[in-house]
Design a protein around this ligand. Sequence first.
Ligand code: ATR
Length: 298
Amino acid sequence: MAKLQSLTGKTSLVGVMGWPVAHSLSPAMHNAAFAEAGLDWAYVPLPVRPDDVEQALKGLAALNFVGTNVTVPHKQAVMRYMDELSQAARITGAVNTIHLQDGKFYGYNTDAIGFLNSLKEANCDPKGLRAAVLGAGGAARAVVFALARAGADSVIVLNRTAERGAFLVDDLAAAFPGSHLTFAALTLESLAVLDEKIDLVINSTSVGMYPHVDASPWPADVPMPARVIFCDLVYNPLETVFLARARAAGAATIDGLGMLVHQGAYAFEKWTGQPAPIEVMRQACLTNLKGGDKEISD
Ligand code: ATR
Protein backbone atom coordinates (compact mmCIF):
# COMPACT_ATOMS: atom_id res chain seq x y z
CA MET A 1 0.00 0.00 0.00
CA ALA A 2 1.20 3.53 -0.78
CA LYS A 3 2.40 5.47 2.24
CA LEU A 4 2.13 9.23 2.45
CA GLN A 5 5.63 10.60 1.93
CA SER A 6 5.02 13.67 4.07
CA LEU A 7 2.45 16.30 4.80
CA THR A 8 3.50 19.94 4.67
CA GLY A 9 1.92 23.28 5.40
CA LYS A 10 0.94 23.41 1.74
CA THR A 11 -0.60 19.97 1.36
CA SER A 12 -3.79 20.10 -0.72
CA LEU A 13 -6.63 18.02 0.69
CA VAL A 14 -9.29 15.86 -0.89
CA GLY A 15 -11.20 12.87 0.47
CA VAL A 16 -14.19 10.59 0.29
CA MET A 17 -17.41 11.39 2.11
CA GLY A 18 -19.61 8.45 2.97
CA TRP A 19 -21.15 6.46 5.82
CA PRO A 20 -19.33 4.21 6.36
CA VAL A 21 -16.08 4.78 4.44
CA ALA A 22 -13.69 2.51 6.31
CA HIS A 23 -13.59 -0.07 3.51
CA SER A 24 -13.10 2.36 0.63
CA LEU A 25 -10.25 1.68 -1.80
CA SER A 26 -10.17 5.33 -2.88
CA PRO A 27 -7.67 6.63 -0.25
CA ALA A 28 -5.09 3.99 -1.27
CA MET A 29 -5.76 4.59 -4.97
CA HIS A 30 -5.51 8.39 -4.86
CA ASN A 31 -2.62 8.64 -2.42
CA ALA A 32 -0.63 6.27 -4.63
CA ALA A 33 -1.48 8.53 -7.59
CA PHE A 34 -0.40 11.70 -5.76
CA ALA A 35 2.90 10.07 -4.73
CA GLU A 36 3.51 8.92 -8.32
CA ALA A 37 2.74 12.37 -9.72
CA GLY A 38 4.96 14.05 -7.10
CA LEU A 39 2.04 16.11 -5.82
CA ASP A 40 1.88 17.48 -2.28
CA TRP A 41 -1.69 16.27 -1.92
CA ALA A 42 -3.44 13.92 0.51
CA TYR A 43 -6.70 11.98 0.29
CA VAL A 44 -8.51 11.23 3.54
CA PRO A 45 -11.57 9.20 4.57
CA LEU A 46 -14.43 11.46 5.68
CA PRO A 47 -17.07 9.51 7.61
CA VAL A 48 -20.16 11.77 7.57
CA ARG A 49 -23.48 10.81 9.18
CA PRO A 50 -26.52 11.24 6.90
CA ASP A 51 -27.84 14.14 9.01
CA ASP A 52 -24.54 16.02 8.77
CA VAL A 53 -24.15 16.34 4.99
CA GLU A 54 -24.77 20.09 4.77
CA GLN A 55 -22.47 20.86 7.69
CA ALA A 56 -19.78 18.59 6.29
CA LEU A 57 -19.86 20.38 2.92
CA LYS A 58 -19.61 23.77 4.62
CA GLY A 59 -16.72 22.39 6.65
CA LEU A 60 -14.90 21.25 3.53
CA ALA A 61 -15.19 24.75 2.07
CA ALA A 62 -14.06 26.35 5.34
CA LEU A 63 -11.08 24.00 5.52
CA ASN A 64 -10.09 24.78 1.94
CA PHE A 65 -10.45 21.25 0.63
CA VAL A 66 -9.97 21.08 -3.15
CA GLY A 67 -12.78 18.58 -3.41
CA THR A 68 -14.12 15.24 -2.35
CA ASN A 69 -15.52 12.03 -3.67
CA VAL A 70 -18.98 11.16 -2.46
CA THR A 71 -20.16 7.63 -1.86
CA VAL A 72 -23.11 5.75 -0.38
CA PRO A 73 -25.42 7.05 1.03
CA HIS A 74 -24.72 10.70 0.13
CA LYS A 75 -24.60 10.75 -3.68
CA GLN A 76 -28.10 12.20 -4.00
CA ALA A 77 -28.15 14.22 -0.78
CA VAL A 78 -25.21 16.44 -1.78
CA MET A 79 -26.82 17.51 -5.05
CA ARG A 80 -28.93 20.34 -3.64
CA TYR A 81 -25.82 22.06 -2.28
CA MET A 82 -24.01 22.18 -5.64
CA ASP A 83 -23.67 25.51 -7.46
CA GLU A 84 -23.29 23.67 -10.76
CA LEU A 85 -23.89 20.12 -11.92
CA SER A 86 -22.34 18.32 -14.87
CA GLN A 87 -24.73 16.85 -17.43
CA ALA A 88 -23.93 13.34 -16.15
CA ALA A 89 -24.67 14.33 -12.55
CA ARG A 90 -27.91 16.03 -13.52
CA ILE A 91 -29.24 13.21 -15.65
CA THR A 92 -28.11 10.34 -13.43
CA GLY A 93 -29.32 12.20 -10.34
CA ALA A 94 -26.11 11.50 -8.41
CA VAL A 95 -22.83 13.26 -7.61
CA ASN A 96 -19.74 11.18 -6.83
CA THR A 97 -17.13 13.92 -7.23
CA ILE A 98 -17.13 17.50 -5.97
CA HIS A 99 -14.64 20.15 -7.01
CA LEU A 100 -14.46 23.32 -4.92
CA GLN A 101 -13.35 26.35 -6.87
CA ASP A 102 -13.51 29.95 -5.66
CA GLY A 103 -15.94 28.92 -2.93
CA LYS A 104 -18.29 27.24 -5.39
CA PHE A 105 -19.31 23.59 -5.45
CA TYR A 106 -19.12 21.82 -8.81
CA GLY A 107 -20.77 18.38 -8.81
CA TYR A 108 -19.79 15.61 -11.24
CA ASN A 109 -20.68 11.99 -11.78
CA THR A 110 -17.49 10.31 -12.98
CA ASP A 111 -19.01 6.79 -12.93
CA ALA A 112 -20.40 7.16 -16.45
CA ILE A 113 -17.12 8.30 -18.02
CA GLY A 114 -15.29 5.74 -15.85
CA PHE A 115 -17.47 2.99 -17.28
CA LEU A 116 -16.94 4.17 -20.87
CA ASN A 117 -13.18 4.40 -20.39
CA SER A 118 -13.10 0.89 -18.94
CA LEU A 119 -14.87 -0.38 -22.08
CA LYS A 120 -12.47 1.57 -24.28
CA GLU A 121 -9.50 0.06 -22.46
CA ALA A 122 -10.95 -3.39 -23.23
CA ASN A 123 -11.31 -2.37 -26.92
CA CYS A 124 -15.10 -2.33 -26.69
CA ASP A 125 -16.83 0.58 -28.44
CA PRO A 126 -20.52 0.60 -27.41
CA LYS A 127 -21.54 2.73 -30.41
CA GLY A 128 -24.10 0.75 -32.39
CA LEU A 129 -24.18 -2.14 -29.91
CA ARG A 130 -27.32 -3.63 -28.41
CA ALA A 131 -26.83 -3.66 -24.65
CA ALA A 132 -28.62 -5.29 -21.73
CA VAL A 133 -28.13 -3.68 -18.31
CA LEU A 134 -28.93 -5.81 -15.27
CA GLY A 135 -30.06 -3.65 -12.34
CA ALA A 136 -31.64 -0.22 -11.92
CA GLY A 137 -29.78 1.36 -8.99
CA GLY A 138 -27.29 4.21 -9.05
CA ALA A 139 -24.61 2.22 -10.87
CA ALA A 140 -27.09 1.11 -13.55
CA ARG A 141 -28.18 4.71 -14.07
CA ALA A 142 -24.60 5.77 -14.80
CA VAL A 143 -24.18 2.84 -17.20
CA VAL A 144 -27.42 3.51 -19.12
CA PHE A 145 -26.54 7.21 -19.35
CA ALA A 146 -23.05 6.33 -20.64
CA LEU A 147 -24.38 3.87 -23.23
CA ALA A 148 -27.02 6.30 -24.49
CA ARG A 149 -24.42 9.11 -24.69
CA ALA A 150 -21.99 6.86 -26.54
CA GLY A 151 -24.59 5.97 -29.20
CA ALA A 152 -25.51 2.40 -28.30
CA ASP A 153 -28.10 1.05 -30.75
CA SER A 154 -30.43 0.00 -27.91
CA VAL A 155 -30.40 -0.60 -24.18
CA ILE A 156 -32.71 -2.95 -22.33
CA VAL A 157 -32.79 -2.58 -18.55
CA LEU A 158 -33.65 -5.73 -16.59
CA ASN A 159 -34.41 -5.32 -12.91
CA ARG A 160 -35.85 -7.42 -10.09
CA THR A 161 -38.13 -4.58 -8.94
CA ALA A 162 -40.22 -3.66 -11.95
CA GLU A 163 -41.17 -0.09 -10.94
CA ARG A 164 -37.58 0.93 -10.34
CA GLY A 165 -36.49 -0.30 -13.77
CA ALA A 166 -39.42 1.38 -15.53
CA PHE A 167 -38.67 4.63 -13.69
CA LEU A 168 -35.03 4.59 -14.77
CA VAL A 169 -35.94 3.97 -18.40
CA ASP A 170 -38.60 6.73 -18.41
CA ASP A 171 -36.15 9.16 -16.89
CA LEU A 172 -33.29 8.43 -19.26
CA ALA A 173 -35.54 8.22 -22.33
CA ALA A 174 -36.65 11.78 -21.60
CA ALA A 175 -33.00 12.88 -21.59
CA PHE A 176 -32.15 10.91 -24.76
CA PRO A 177 -35.30 11.06 -26.90
CA GLY A 178 -33.63 9.41 -29.93
CA SER A 179 -32.37 6.37 -28.03
CA HIS A 180 -34.03 2.96 -27.83
CA LEU A 181 -34.40 2.29 -24.12
CA THR A 182 -36.70 -0.48 -22.91
CA PHE A 183 -37.38 -2.33 -19.72
CA ALA A 184 -38.06 -5.94 -18.69
CA ALA A 185 -38.27 -7.79 -15.41
CA LEU A 186 -35.07 -9.64 -14.47
CA THR A 187 -36.35 -13.20 -14.80
CA LEU A 188 -35.12 -16.46 -16.22
CA GLU A 189 -37.57 -16.12 -19.10
CA SER A 190 -36.54 -12.59 -20.09
CA LEU A 191 -32.82 -13.51 -20.02
CA ALA A 192 -33.43 -16.67 -22.04
CA VAL A 193 -34.98 -14.72 -24.94
CA LEU A 194 -32.25 -12.07 -25.06
CA ASP A 195 -29.82 -14.33 -26.89
CA GLU A 196 -29.97 -13.06 -30.47
CA LYS A 197 -30.92 -9.50 -29.52
CA ILE A 198 -27.84 -8.35 -27.61
CA ASP A 199 -24.10 -7.79 -28.02
CA LEU A 200 -23.15 -6.59 -24.55
CA VAL A 201 -24.44 -7.43 -21.04
CA ILE A 202 -23.51 -5.38 -17.98
CA ASN A 203 -24.15 -6.58 -14.45
CA SER A 204 -24.92 -3.40 -12.50
CA THR A 205 -26.59 -5.25 -9.62
CA SER A 206 -24.72 -6.08 -6.44
CA VAL A 207 -25.31 -9.80 -7.00
CA GLY A 208 -22.05 -11.75 -6.75
CA MET A 209 -20.33 -9.16 -4.55
CA TYR A 210 -18.44 -10.27 -1.43
CA PRO A 211 -19.59 -11.95 0.80
CA HIS A 212 -22.20 -13.52 -1.55
CA VAL A 213 -19.57 -14.65 -4.03
CA ASP A 214 -21.43 -17.77 -5.21
CA ALA A 215 -24.38 -15.77 -6.56
CA SER A 216 -24.86 -14.64 -10.15
CA PRO A 217 -27.55 -12.40 -11.67
CA TRP A 218 -27.54 -14.76 -14.70
CA PRO A 219 -29.04 -18.17 -13.79
CA ALA A 220 -26.77 -21.16 -14.51
CA ASP A 221 -29.37 -22.80 -16.75
CA VAL A 222 -29.60 -19.87 -19.18
CA PRO A 223 -26.83 -20.19 -21.81
CA MET A 224 -24.36 -17.29 -22.12
CA PRO A 225 -23.80 -16.68 -25.85
CA ALA A 226 -20.10 -16.78 -26.79
CA ARG A 227 -20.44 -13.81 -29.19
CA VAL A 228 -21.71 -11.51 -26.40
CA ILE A 229 -19.38 -9.41 -24.22
CA PHE A 230 -20.14 -9.78 -20.50
CA CYS A 231 -19.14 -6.97 -18.19
CA ASP A 232 -19.43 -6.91 -14.38
CA LEU A 233 -19.24 -3.73 -12.28
CA VAL A 234 -18.54 -5.85 -9.19
CA TYR A 235 -14.79 -5.82 -8.48
CA ASN A 236 -14.73 -7.73 -5.20
CA PRO A 237 -14.13 -10.47 -6.20
CA LEU A 238 -12.52 -9.56 -9.53
CA GLU A 239 -13.62 -12.82 -11.09
CA THR A 240 -17.29 -13.13 -10.20
CA VAL A 241 -19.29 -16.29 -10.90
CA PHE A 242 -21.06 -14.26 -13.65
CA LEU A 243 -17.74 -13.59 -15.42
CA ALA A 244 -16.29 -17.05 -14.75
CA ARG A 245 -19.30 -18.68 -16.40
CA ALA A 246 -19.20 -16.28 -19.34
CA ARG A 247 -15.51 -17.03 -19.86
CA ALA A 248 -16.17 -20.77 -19.62
CA ALA A 249 -18.83 -20.33 -22.33
CA GLY A 250 -16.18 -18.74 -24.58
CA ALA A 251 -17.40 -15.14 -24.25
CA ALA A 252 -15.22 -12.05 -23.79
CA THR A 253 -15.41 -10.48 -20.30
CA ILE A 254 -14.63 -7.15 -18.66
CA ASP A 255 -14.26 -6.96 -14.88
CA GLY A 256 -15.19 -4.11 -12.53
CA LEU A 257 -11.68 -2.87 -11.73
CA GLY A 258 -11.48 -0.70 -14.85
CA MET A 259 -14.55 1.36 -13.93
CA LEU A 260 -13.31 1.84 -10.36
CA VAL A 261 -9.92 3.05 -11.57
CA HIS A 262 -11.24 5.26 -14.38
CA GLN A 263 -13.90 6.99 -12.27
CA GLY A 264 -11.10 7.80 -9.82
CA ALA A 265 -8.76 8.88 -12.60
CA TYR A 266 -11.30 11.35 -13.95
CA ALA A 267 -11.77 12.85 -10.47
CA PHE A 268 -7.98 13.09 -10.07
CA GLU A 269 -7.76 14.99 -13.36
CA LYS A 270 -10.59 17.37 -12.44
CA TRP A 271 -8.94 18.23 -9.13
CA THR A 272 -5.28 18.39 -10.15
CA GLY A 273 -5.49 19.35 -13.83
CA GLN A 274 -2.90 16.64 -14.53
CA PRO A 275 -3.15 13.29 -16.31
CA ALA A 276 -3.85 10.47 -13.85
CA PRO A 277 -1.26 7.68 -13.43
CA ILE A 278 -3.78 4.98 -14.33
CA GLU A 279 -1.51 1.96 -13.89
CA VAL A 280 -0.35 3.05 -10.43
CA MET A 281 -3.97 3.54 -9.40
CA ARG A 282 -4.89 0.11 -10.72
CA GLN A 283 -1.99 -1.52 -8.86
CA ALA A 284 -2.95 0.21 -5.61
CA CYS A 285 -6.49 -1.22 -5.94
CA LEU A 286 -5.20 -4.68 -6.83
CA THR A 287 -2.85 -4.71 -3.84
CA ASN A 288 -5.73 -3.84 -1.55
CA LEU A 289 -8.11 -6.32 -3.17
CA LYS A 290 -5.54 -9.08 -2.68
CA GLY A 291 -4.90 -8.02 0.91
CA GLY A 292 -6.55 -9.45 3.98
CA ASP A 293 -9.56 -7.14 4.24
CA LYS A 294 -12.34 -8.57 2.14
CA GLU A 295 -14.92 -5.95 2.98
CA ILE A 296 -14.11 -3.39 0.38
CA SER A 297 -16.23 -0.73 -1.31
CA ASP A 298 -15.64 2.23 -3.63
P1 ATR B 1 -25.96 0.95 -6.55
O1 ATR B 1 -26.16 2.39 -6.25
O2 ATR B 1 -24.59 0.43 -6.23
O3 ATR B 1 -26.39 0.60 -7.94
P2 ATR B 1 -28.46 0.11 -5.38
O4 ATR B 1 -29.05 1.44 -5.75
O5 ATR B 1 -28.72 -0.44 -4.02
O6 ATR B 1 -26.90 0.14 -5.52
O7 ATR B 1 -28.93 -0.93 -6.48
C1 ATR B 1 -28.67 -2.30 -6.38
C2 ATR B 1 -29.22 -3.02 -7.62
O8 ATR B 1 -28.96 -4.43 -7.45
C3 ATR B 1 -30.72 -2.89 -7.81
O9 ATR B 1 -31.02 -2.93 -9.18
C4 ATR B 1 -31.24 -4.15 -7.10
O10 ATR B 1 -32.49 -4.58 -7.57
P3 ATR B 1 -33.85 -3.99 -6.90
O11 ATR B 1 -34.09 -2.64 -7.52
O12 ATR B 1 -34.88 -4.99 -7.27
O13 ATR B 1 -33.59 -3.91 -5.41
C5 ATR B 1 -30.20 -5.14 -7.52
N1 ATR B 1 -30.14 -6.29 -6.64
C6 ATR B 1 -29.64 -6.35 -5.39
N2 ATR B 1 -29.76 -7.60 -4.89
C7 ATR B 1 -30.37 -8.35 -5.86
C8 ATR B 1 -30.76 -9.73 -5.97
N3 ATR B 1 -30.54 -10.58 -4.98
N4 ATR B 1 -31.33 -10.12 -7.13
C9 ATR B 1 -31.53 -9.27 -8.14
N5 ATR B 1 -31.19 -7.95 -8.10
C10 ATR B 1 -30.62 -7.51 -6.98
